[in-house]
Design a protein around this ligand. Structure first.
Ligand code: TYM
Length: 333
């Protein structure tokens, strides 16, 4: 970057309401990093249509996501906040990268396997080539790091492979980015099924960022803990995955280490522990929810943010796209 700062980029699909996993695995870290880096944060709306969406819900969630990014501390004056479909270069580079990504490597992607199992009646080509569009999202902005939760690491790795392959043929066109995975919160598990990751597809075990405090508390009080006889708060992810998940959430929210948490709940059972974690999450999300609601009431402001964002993002993205088009041999316009 011209200002000497390293660059970060990441996005979230507005395919469901944002949840605690998205916050602890991604947005919280973005906000912490955003002062030291040149940052691009976007709404990955083009990715969502690999699965059927209700158009009105998609529009509502995309706008809510923009408001939430800002409410989480991403200042639009200092960060480029934009909607993926507003920057055509994503689709354009996506096509080029389709032609530099192998069928075999796409077939091995975990997300493709999971989503095609869940949507057996709609295993479309977009679902299959999803990683190429994601690689385009990333490589257009030449970022040094891509801050994501653990589940997206494989996608950043295929992006690196594709970038290296392209660079090998045409010289150093793309910066090859590193995934940046947080130390705590990288894999938040479902509250009622701690063997699966927290996601919108398991709503009973998922805490949504805009959810009412009483609903959040109810989910935490009902969280599955483990049926061991010891019943003490101890970090043992293999034996006690439910308790380990609650400890990880509590640690990510409060900054306390597992040792400190064990000491805090020494001699107390799971019944005492669960509501304390719930309260900590409620208090973490309360100001974010209130600020998101306030921002959503000002549509004109949000429109200004995403229009300015698309303009800034488009300028950088088109520079990379022009370079790529030239390298592959397209006639200049
Ligand atoms: P998505 O929309 O599924 O998730 C967005 C971010 O939230 C993180 N995350 C979690 N972290 C911890 N625990 C969980 N239970 C949890 N659930 C989700 C994800 O790791 C991710 O960081 N393909 C991407 C979106 C995307 C993208 C990109 C990301 C499209 N283009 C370019 C980075 C760069 C996705 O589906 O994430």
């Amino acid at each position: 970057m011209e200002n000497g700062k390293k660059t970060l980029l990441s996005g979230i699909q507005p395919s469901g309401d944002l949840h605690l996993g998205n916050y602890l695995g991604a947005i919280k870290n973005w906000a912490e990093l955003s002062d030291q880096f040149e940052c691009y944060w976007f709404m990955a709306d083009m990715h969502t249509i690999t699965v059927r969406q209700n158009p009105a819900d998609l529009r509502r969630r995309t706008l809510t996501q923009i408001a939430t990014y800002i409410a989480c501390g991403l200042d639009p004056e200092k960060n480029t906040i934009f909607v993926q479909s507003h920057v055509p270069a994503h689709a354009e580079l996506g096509w080029v990268l389709d032609c530099y990504t192998m069928f075999g490597e796409l077939s091995r992607m975990t997300q493709f396997k999971d989503k095609s199992a869940k949507n057996a009646d709609n295993i479309n080509a977009g679902l299959f080539t999803y990683p190429c569009l994601m690689a385009a999202d990333i490589l257009l902005y030449q970022p040094d790091f891509v801050p994501v939760g653990e589940d997206q690491k494989q996608h950043v790795e295929i992006c690196r492979d594709v970038a290296n392959r392209f660079n090998h043929v045409y010289g150093d066109v793309f910066t090859v980015p590193e995934p940046y995975i947080p130390k705590t919160g990288a894999r938040v598990m479902s509250l009622n099924a701690p063997e699966s990751k927290m996601s919108k597809s398991g709503p009973d075990g998922c805490v949504f960022m805009m959810e009412k405090p009483e609903d959040i508390m109810r989910k935490f009080k009902r969280a599955v803990t483990d049926s061991d006889t010891e019943r003490c708060v101890r970090y043992a992810p293999q034996e006690k995955p439910g308790v380990a998940n609650l400890m990880s959430i509590y640690s990510a929210v409060t900054g306390k280490s597992f040792d400190e948490i064990e000491r805090e709940f020494d001699g107390k059972g799971y019944g005492a522990f669960k509501p304390v974690v719930g309260e900590a999450v409620v208090e973490l999300l309360r100001p974010i929810r209130e600020e998101t609601e306030r921002l959503l009431a000002d549509k004109a402001y949000l429109e200004n943010v995403y229009r300015a964002g698309a303009e800034r993002a488009g300028y950088i993205a088109n520079k990379t796209l022009r370079k790529v088009y030239k390298k592959v041999g397209f006639l200049p316009r």
